[in-house]
Design a protein around this ligand. Structure first.
Ligand SMILES: Cc1cc2nc3c(=O)[nH]c(=O)nc-3n(C[C@H](O)[C@H](O)[C@H](O)COP(=O)(O)O)c2cc1C
Length: 179
């Protein structure tokens, strides 16, 4: 092995071992990027259903239609997001903060009191959302502390309404003057 290669390997090891950033500061900086809020839903183990509040959702490609989001590796629901499995992304609207909170907490029945229907693949589709994208997992990859999930959009629909925003760790709404 050449000495240059050795140095590069060592540099990689040091980079892996050293804390690269102040994660709290990085999280705060990331919070300056305003996003919408979604609830990702999927069938779970047995008759269980999965619902996870997620703001990492993004459009990836139109042809073919692909979307992406990421799930913390600490989630108990990683098994629901393996290649080929169905899931849906439900885009929340203004005033659905309680729904976002319900699906972001660790509780046994996240769907208690939630209005939804199951699609043909058994995926819960939440009622009264701005948009829903029915997908199948196309690709996953563990990166850092999250699982990157790319989904192929199989069906989608939209409704009128104002969006719910997430900015600097808080829920918000579009300024009426801006809309
Ligand atoms: C606004 C908001 C956005 C979130 N975005 C994500 C996300 O993109 N990915 C993720 O893994 N967790 C995200 N979370 C945290 C999860 O919703 C939370 O950890 C939830 O309990 C995960 O469900 P599970 O433990 O049943 O998998 C977010 C929480 C909030 C409030």
């Amino acid at each position: 092995m050449s000495s240059a290669t050795t140095v590069l390997r060592q540099a990689e090891q040091v980079t892996e071992l050293a804390p690269p950033v102040d994660t709290r500061a990085l999280r705060n900086a990331m919070g300056h990027f305003a996003t919408g809020v979604t609830v990702v839903t999927a069938p779970g183990e047995g008759n269980a259903m999965v619902g996870i509040t997620a703001n990492s959702f993004s459009s990836l490609s139109l042809e073919p239609p692909l979307v992406l989001w990421s799930l913390a590796l600490s989630s108990p629901n990683l098994a629901s997001f393996v290649e080929g499995k169905p899931f849906a992304v439900n885009v929340l609207g203004q005033g659905q903060e309680a729904v976002a909170m319900q699906f972001s907490g660790a509780r046994d029945d996240k769907f208690a009191g939630i209005d939804y229907r199951l699609n043909q693949q058994g995926v819960p589709l939440l009622a009264s959302t701005l948009a829903r994208f029915e997908c199948r997992v196309e690709f996953t990859r563990r990166l850092g502390d999250h699982l990157l999930i790319v989904g192929r959009v199989k069906d989608f629909s939209t409704d009128e309404g104002e969006p719910m925003l997430f900015y600097k760790g808080r829920f918000g709404a579009l300024d009426a003057a801006a809309s």
